[in-house]
Design a protein around this ligand. Structure first.
Ligand code: FO1
Length: 309
């Protein structure tokens, strides 16, 4: 039995952690968005990979959602004194990840190999795979022009009006070997799209041609857990972005984005009675802590099993 989860940052990582607790370790693979990756201060940074790895290792910073728990910020303070860029906060412990990843990428290793090694060293038994080992960069088109993802998301705090998205490199990108294997696994029984931002975090994953094709040709149920509750995103700018795109942060709006790739949708009680052209599982989708994450994961897996043809 194997389950493939597609995840972006914080919201996706939380459900991935719930799935990790709900399944035997070897049964879960998590394919993670790399469209948010960027070069910063000379470092190769993969925020969503790190958020998923730290969360599955139980090391994530619960307040921030990203970075490491019990973090210190001496590096940031020293960088500030030197006039360096401190808008993207890099904690002292987190810094080791970026420095070592940068060194190993420069030595010719793939992001997949580095990620698998970091996860193993953090005693993570699940497979965490980048969506691709080829560079894909999310570019946000706004009323102020095109912005690299982290510029838009962190430096500008999503203030510019969202006009559209580009995923530079996606057309020529291949799924990572681990992702392709998980998609083709004969033991695959369900695909779970985690409650990450459908545009910013799932968009890049679905923009990789072979990924969208594999999902369109799927022979197992693919279910999504909505990141929206009552028309608003639980965390982050998804609600604002959907509104600026003229789309609804509703089950129907979400399904329109996933465009036939989803066989069932898990939504919150606040959206009960919503119109949708696929089966709905209505429950409490707010993950307040690990127990909620595990409960929601179990419900999502049972829902997918019920949809199996
Ligand atoms: N998000 C912020 O809003 N501010 C930050 O300073 C910040 C730093 C950061 C450092 C490492 C990391 O792995 C993630 C970080 N994030 C920060 C989150 C990140 O921008 C987003 O989580 C993803 O790119 C979108 O999901």
């Amino acid at each position: 039995m194997s389950v493939l989860a597609l995840a972006g940052g914080v919201g996706g990582a939380r459900l991935a952690a719930g799935l990790a607790r709900a399944l035997p370790p070897g049964d879960l693979a998590v394919a993670v968005n790399t469209g948010d990756d960027f070069e910063h201060l000379g470092l190769s940074i993969s925020p969503d990979i790190d958020t998923v790895v730290y969360t599955l290792a139980g090391l994530n910073n619960p307040e921030l959602g990203w970075g490491l728990a019990s973090e210190t910020w001496a590096f940031m303070a020293a960088l500030e004194r030197l006039g360096g860029e401190t808008w993207f906060r890099l904690g002292d412990r987190d810094l080791a990840t970026h420095v070592e990843r940068t060194r190993r990428l420069a030595a010719g290793e793939t992001l997949s190999a580095i990620t698998a090694d970091f996860a193993a060293r953090l005693d993570i038994a699940q497979r965490i795979v980048p969506m691709s080992d080829d560079p894909v960069r999310t570019i946000v088109e706004t009323d102020e022009g095109a912005l690299a993802f982290q510029d838009y998301f962190v430096r500008r705090q999503c203030a510019p009006v969202f006009r559209g998205l580009r995923f530079d490199g996606a057309d020529g990108a291949r799924p990572s070997a681990g992702f392709a294997e998980a998609l083709a696994d004969p033991a695959l029984e369900a695909i779970v799209i985690c409650p990450s931002n459908p545009l910013l975090s799932l968009g890049p994953i679905l923009a990789v041609p072979e990924v969208r094709a594999a999902l369109a040709a799927r022979r197992v149920p693919c279910i999504a857990v909505s990141p929206f509750i009552g028309g608003q995103a639980v965390k982050g700018p998804a609600g604002k972005i959907m509104a600026e795109l003229g789309r609804d942060a509703t089950p129907a709006g979400l399904l329109a984005l996933y465009d036939g790739l989803v066989d069932g949708l898990v939504i919150d009680g606040a959206d009960a009675g919503a119109r949708a052209d696929v089966p709905l599982h209505v429950t409490d989708t707010l993950m307040r802590g690990p127990d909620d994450q595990t409960r929601l994961a179990r419900e999502a897996l049972a829902f997918a099993a019920g949809l199996a043809r």
